[in-house]
Design a protein around this ligand. Structure first.
Ligand code: NI
Length: 138
């Protein structure tokens, strides 16, 4: 059981107004929940920069169906089998593909894998999205 601690604070009307709009936009249930979410996000961001911390994430890849590229991606996935935990390939149309690669490992390793994958010839564009498994944040 996690012990909760109450705390108070003040801010300008303008800042509170912006915060309320953000809460509405994100569809968050309450102000305390919004504050917790923002703090966790910010801490997770910080934690990811400590490159030895464990991260989880996805590498999203848009590409053309080219045999050499498919082979290269498979080769990379075998090479990094410890960090690449799952993949999903979607054939968007006759030639275009979308691939989601789920990764888990040290932040710096995941970044390196994403850089290798995304610089592969034939990949149109892609993106690495990460979060943390940091237990302190829950
Ligand atoms: Ni495909």
């Amino acid at each position: 059981m996690i012990e909760a601690v109450r705390f108070g604070g003040s801010m300008s009307k303008e800042l509170l107004g912006e915060f309320k709009r953000l809460i509405a936009k994100l569809g968050l249930p309450s102000r305390p929940e919004a504050i917790r979410k923002l703090i966790r996000e910010r801490l997770a961001q910080k934690e990811r920069k400590l490159s030895n911390e464990e991260s989880i994430g996805t590498i999203t890849v848009y590409s053309y169906e080219i045999r050499e590229l498919t082979e290269r991606l498979t080769e990379l996935q075998h090479h990094f089998h410890r960090q690449i935990i799952s993949t999903m390939h979607i054939h968007l149309d006759k030639h275009k593909c979308l691939e989601f690669i789920a990764v888990k490992g040290k932040g710096k390793d995941i970044k390196r894998i994403a850089d290798r994958l995304l610089s592969t010839k034939g990949i149109k564009h892609g993106r690495l999205t990460t979060t943390t498994t940091g237990k302190k944040l829950w």
